[in-house]
Ligand binder design. Structure first.
Ligand code: AMP
Length: 397
């Protein structure tokens, strides 16, 4: 049977999903899994359509192997395993961080397109090279296998210029230092589900909160993005698992001055040591914090929700109103506490949550009361399916 492979490659991890063709709406992947700890202890886990573990193994490479070589080994190990499952690949779809200003939609990767995507590496040095490496390896190994790139930034290309521009010197803006926004495949998927879940309100002002380890929000009008909380990098905006979210850059100057921080320490501070983990001092994991009695865990949760509510206020202004709020991502889909707390901040606007509906899990549904002035919904996201859909549409599969 012909299938599609979807790849989401980072520096130390590679997530994958395999879908059968023809692709049916919201079809589950026949295989999925991830390779984690690339560069240290590389673990390869693969699951079947029911979530049953088919493989859980360590990928060994000789001591001192460069990270790049280890990433390539992870990919070839995956490809060999996929082949062993008697899967015949018709195409591969990739999650790619940056499509720059050029790409507002997914694209078939030709050698010329690949060259353009490489020019975006300075805009996303932590992700873009790792997203592109599997494309290069696959193109060398299987030159006739079509590959499609789906960009995290593409969905946000409809933002007006004000939403994309920092108040910095024009020549730096001209270099591409702009507010791009991320989580695009997730928003794209949710935007397409909106009419089914919230009806006509889908055409009005809707804020979607994608809350997982990384967290962002997007304000949409008629399903098109008008503003988003993330900017040049995936740091800006909401408080996240280990990322600061928006922060006064003066704090960074202080850390450089008082604590002797250089670029590496600043990067760790912004990306790895802050957010829920930094504030709680316990964990980045929402489940752990919700289960904890420690006052620091409670404070981390309170701050997470407060920051989310403030961001909603800002996005509402950009969108010109708020008819519906949608929660998605690991936290958005599962945390009753977070939804309840965030909606609590919107009560003065007439938003009301139905506590029974708020308990329901695992499906797209509304969780507001009949007299709520704002619709509130939970919609499980499906970024892999979205990438699979674009791949089949672009290639006519
Ligand atoms: P993601 O990055 O989308 O996979 O989301 C990961 C986040 O979702 C972690 O903070 C998890 O703790 C959180 N999460 C997953 N399941 C639950 C749950 N049942 N209740 C609260 N948070 C959850």
């Amino acid at each position: 049977m012909k299938s599609l492979l979807i790849i989401n490659a980072g520096s130390s991890s590679l997530k994958f999903a395999v879908f059968n063709l023809p692709l049916v709406k919201d079809a589950p992947s026949i295989f999925r899994g991830q390779i984690d700890g690339i560069g240290a202890n590389t673990q390869f886990v693969a699951k079947d359509i029911d979530g049953k573990t088919l493989l859980d193994t360590i990928i060994k490479s000789p001591e001192g192997t460069e990270l790049e070589a280890q990433q390539e080994l992870a990919l070839t190990t995956l490809l060999n395993w996929v082949e062993e499952q008697k899967v015949e690949l018709a195409a591969v779809g990739h999650r790619v961080l940056q499509g720059g200003e050029k790409y507002s939609a997914p694209v078939v990767v030709t050698p010329e397109v690949f060259q353009v995507l490489e020019t975006f590496i300075p805009l996303g040095p932590l992700h873009q090279p790792h997203n592109l490496r599997p494309i290069r390896v696959l193109a060398a190994k299987y030159p006739n296998l079509p590959q499609v790139a789906c960009f995290d930034t593409a969905f946000h290309r409809t933002q007006p210029w004000q939403a994309q521009t920092y108040a910095i010197p024009r020549k730096i803006t001209a270099e591409g230092v702009k507010r791009y926004g991320f989580h695009g495949s997730s928003y794209d998927y949710i935007a397409r589900q909106l009419p089914e879940v919230i009806g006509d309100k889908a055409h009005g002002c809707v804020i979607v909160a994608h809350m997982g380890n990384g967290a962002s929000m997007a304000a949409m009008r008629d399903g098109k993005c008008v503003a988003t909380s993330m900017g040049f990098t995936a740091i800006e905006g909401l408080m996240m698992g280990t990322r600061t979210g928006s922060i006064d850059p003066g704090v960074l100057l202080y850390m450089m001055d008082r604590h002797g921080y250089g670029p590496k320490e600043i990067s760790n501070f912004l990306y790895k040591e802050s957010g829920l983990l930094g504030v709680s001092g316990i964990s980045q994991d929402m489940r752990t914090l919700e289960a904890s009695d420690a006052p620091e865990a409670k404070e981390a949760l309170e701050l997470f929700c407060y920051r989310a509510a403030r961001e909603i206020g800002s996005l509402m202004m950009a969108a010109g109103g708020l008819e519906a709020l949608v929660f998605t991502g690991g936290i958005g889909e599962n945390s009753q506490f977070v939804r309840n707390k965030v909606i609590g901040y919107l009560e003065w606007m007439g938003a009301k949550l139905d506590p029974e509906l708020n308990k329901v899990r695992g499906k797209a549904h509304c969780i507001h009361t009949a007299d709520s002035k704002i619709a509130v919904a939970v919609i499980p996201t499906n970024e892999e399916w979205m990438i699979a859909h674009h791949t089949t549409s672009l290639l006519g599969l």
